[in-house]
Design a protein around this ligand. Structure first.
Ligand SMILES: Cc1ncc(COP(=O)(O)O)c(C=O)c1O
Length: 318
């Protein structure tokens, strides 16, 4: 049942075991010195050549469940540049699952690099209209997919289900191990569906109780306030007791909405990459890092604070 994976950057991984440790670097910036804050980055994007960032945490428990329930095919949904589809295709190739990606819109357009990669991994791509894609939660669409393609294990768009959240709890011990005893006050990460944040809050609460750092999610979607309810529901379902003030979702740093990358954000990303030698992606991590810079500039971070940014990957989509 346990297969061996190809070695990743941080060494060999066994099947369905996400990375245990990642490197942490301190970011040196005049702004941070002036404001008296220390900022570190957890380099999850370096943990594997393809299955890096938050992806193994969300996908592996789902793949384990697929295997336990006797499924040989896994189906999921995503856009033409989806990090989730990219990672699922690679996971299918490594672990011996057939994969089907239901792709939003752009039928008739040439394949993006993401979709070309997925297809080369053996993923069957079903490009559907935006109208059909909107019906992805309906039993009607799922039944017709089963009718046409046989049975499959279904992973929702973005890996956003309870198993995905539960898998992200493993980020907590990884962070503690990687920090090697260093204290942090705030952990900051980009949020699309809130799955990763919910799992991280639950995991940190499990291991540290009320001594856990504050978790701050930077929503990359416009109007993402609704995610707070999703996150609360997931935390309840994982029996994570309410810890006052343990997490916040910031909804003002989306730069116009999901997938939007105005020139100023692009410039920020380039400058950051030049200065620190760390590549960011425009959809998630650049927004998260620039939000932290803005908050420090605006004096919203108290002097003396130690902040850990999580680099959740996504570089394939650049
Ligand atoms: C690179 C990257 N960072 C952050 C996220 C946000 O994760 P979540 O949807 O769990 O909030 C995603 C989406 O999975 C992602 O691809």
């Amino acid at each position: 049942m346990f297969l061996r994976l190809e070695p990743g950057v941080c060494g060999a991984m066994t099947a369905f075991e996400p990375p245990q440790i990642a490197s942490v670097v301190q970011l040196a910036e005049p702004l941070f010195l002036v404001q008296g804050v220390s900022v570190y980055m957890l380099r999850l994007e370096q943990t594997d050549t393809v299955l890096s960032g938050n992806k193994p945490f969300k996908l592996f428990p789902n793949l384990e469940m697929a295997r336990l329930t006797g499924h040989t095919t896994v189906l999921s949904f995503g856009g033409a540049w989806s990090n989730h589809i990219h990672a699922l295709a690679e996971a299918g190739r490594r672990f011996g699952f057939k994969t089907i990606g239901v792709i939003r819109g752009d039928d008739g357009m040439p394949l993006t690099q993401t979709l070309t990669f997925a297809q080369n991994c053996g993923m069957t791509l079903l490009r559907v209209s935006r109208e059909d894609y909107r019906r992805r939660h309906t039993s009607e669409l799922i039944d017709s997919l089963r009718h046409n393609h046989g049975d499959f294990y279904l992973i929702p768009e973005g890996g956003a289900n309870l198993l995905g959240v539960a898998g992200c709890r493993k980020l907590a011990p990884l962070i503690q191990r990687s920090l090697e005893g260093r204290h942090v006050d705030d952990v900051v990460l980009a949020c699309g569906t809130g799955t990763t944040l919910a799992g991280l809050v639950s995991g940190l609460h499990q291991s540290m109780g009320s001594a856990m750092p504050h978790v701050r999610g930077i929503a990359v979607l416009k109007g993402a306030g609704f995610l707070k309810t999703d996150i609360k529901i997931w935390l309840e379902r994982l029996d994570t007791p309410y810890v006052a003030d343990s997490w916040t979702l910031e909804t003002d740093y989306h730069w116009g909405g999901y997938g939007r990358c105005p020139p100023a954000l692009m410039q920020f990303m380039r400058d950051f990459e030049c200065k620190h030698g760390i590549a960011l992606d425009p959809v998630y991590t650049a927004k998260m890092v620039s939000a932290v810079f803005q908050r420090i500039e605006q004096g919203l971070v108290e002097p003396g604070k130690q902040i850990l940014l999580i680099h959740t990957g996504g570089l394939q989509g650049r």
